[in-house]
Write a protein that binds this ligand. Structure first.
Ligand SMILES: Cc1ncc(COP(=O)(O)O)c(C=O)c1O
Length: 435
């Protein structure tokens, strides 16, 4: 069915709240290329929001999925745990940057990992409160939405929110919020809103993803970890968007020399299949009694087999080092674009998690401009996403397996899209069809 017809049908049968950044309907994909039902291809700088960090249809992942489908599709971990569940947990515990010994739990989605992390630290500490950060994103379930620091569209008219959730300031160098401001803010929160001895955990994105690819200053996470250690409050690192090599390390916290008590993975963990993990200090992870955690589908064997293949490929092919190379190329190109465009207020990134913040008058959010850049990029054959509290950040999430040619071609399209959006040039729809 062509795009136009699917769109009409979508409007009839799909809930409006399920939004998509791009028009059209995906039909197939390979490597860094996404193809829609009309045969138009796109260089994929979105990677399903950092889900296909190893590109589409990676042969090792596909082979692992096929082999596992033939062996066992589902036994249900609450019934008889699949062997690959244990194998994957062993692999994750060996690499997770948490103080050993570590244990792991497998679930289905990022939000579910966050929900379970909160249950675990509440059970372990006997305390109710959770602190998250302004601008943060942790999911769309009731609790994770409550932890999220962005109202539109995530929290608009979905209340009442979960109780005992508090929010602190995250550093934002471009808008002059420093580590000092953030740490002072956290201390103030403990003095004015919730005493530290009622706090079960603090959840932080090592680099804020949906919030606009905000890379904190190098001393923020170490100072936060020290403060929480002093107060005996567990630190939960939400690595759902930043993990699996995206920032040039398997876990983003490794860039900052920090060992959280719990780390959360999802997105790229399952190589495209739904899978998420909570990995943490054994003492905390064992607080809940058998049956208190998990679920029907958590740790599905096919997803586990895919995840083991993902870990193998990341290690074997030096994917973290490649993420750093890709990021350096992208950052350099964006910095060059910034010289010719006053609307690019900030260019920032870590590893292959790179973005530009579009502004007017120096720092006011230009969300309409970011929307135009995306429209122009999509029409020219580049899959691209926005982020930020005001949706004015253009973020790049290319596969970490992208070729030099596709990377350069994608960045060329981005530059032309920026040019068209700022000058009002007409959309070149032909480009996408012929790519
Ligand atoms: C940092 C972070 N946490 C949690 C989530 C929620 O993950 P999911 O959509 O799999 O529930 C996301 C999704 O974008 C995320 O980026």
């Amino acid at each position: 069915m062509p795009n136009t017809e699917l769109q009409r049908q979508r409007e009839r049968v799909v809930a409006r709240g399920m939004g998509s950044a791009m028009p059209g309907f995906a039909r197939s994909a390979k490597g860094s290329t996404l193809v829609d039902v009309d045969g138009r291809s796109y260089i994929d700088f979105a990677s399903g929001i950092s889900v296909t960090n190893l590109g589409h249809g990676h042969p090792d992942i596909v082979a692992a999925i096929h082999a596992q489908v033939d062996r066992l599709i589902n036994s249900g971990a609450p019934v008889m745990m699949p062997d690959v569940y244990v194998e994957l947990c062993s692999r994750l515990c060996a690499v997770a940057p948490v103080p050993p010994p570590a244990k792991a739990l497998l679930v289905n989605s990022g939000a579910e990992a966050v929900e379970n992390a909160v249950k675990i630290v509440r059970q372990a500490t006997g305390r109710p409160a959770i602190v998250s950060f302004h601008n943060g994103f942790h999911g769309r379930t009731l609790l994770t939405m409550s932890l999220t620091g962005k109202v539109h569209p995530y929290k608009q008219n979905f209340g009442p929110y979960a109780a005992e959730v508090y929010q602190a300031q995250y550093p934002y160098p471009f808008h002059d919020v420093s580590t000092e401001d953030a740490i002072r803010g956290m201390r103030q929160l403990f003095a004015s809103e919730v005493p530290a001895d009622r706090v079960a955990g603090v959840i932080v994105e090592p680099v804020q993803g949906e919030g606009g690819f905000i890379v904190p200053p190098p001393d923020f996470l170490p100072r936060l970890a020290d403060l929480l250690h002093e107060l005996d409050i567990p630190l939960i690192a939400d690595e759902i968007q930043t993990g699996m090599g995206r920032t040039g390390e398997l876990f983003a916290v490794e860039n900052f020399g920090v060992q959280p008590d719990l780390v959360l993975l999802a997105k790229s963990l399952g190589g495209g299949l739904p899978l998420a993990a909570v990995i943490g200090r054994a003492e905390l992870m064992d607080a809940a009694a058998p049956g208190g955690l998990g679920g029907t589908f958590g740790g599905n064997p096919v997803a586990c087999a895919a995840a083991i293949a993902v870990l193998d490929v990341i290690e074997r092919d030096g994917i973290c080092a490649r993420a750093r190379e890709i990021g350096a190329v992208a950052l350099q190109r964006l910095q060059a674009m910034q010289e010719g465009h006053q609307c690019i207020g900030d260019v920032r990134g870590i590893g292959a998690m790179v973005a530009m913040e579009l502004v007017r008058n120096g720092s006011e959010p230009a969300s309409d401009l970011a929307a135009s850049v995306l429209r122009e990029a999509h029409s020219r054959g580049l899959a691209l996403l926005r982020a930020g509290l005001y949706d004015n950040v253009v973020r790049l999430l290319m596969p970490l397996t992208i070729s030099e040619e596709d990377l350069a071609a994608g960045l060329d399209i981005l530059e032309r899209a920026l040019e068209a959006a700022t000058t009002g040039a007409t959309t070149d729809t032909a480009a996408a069809t012929t790519r």
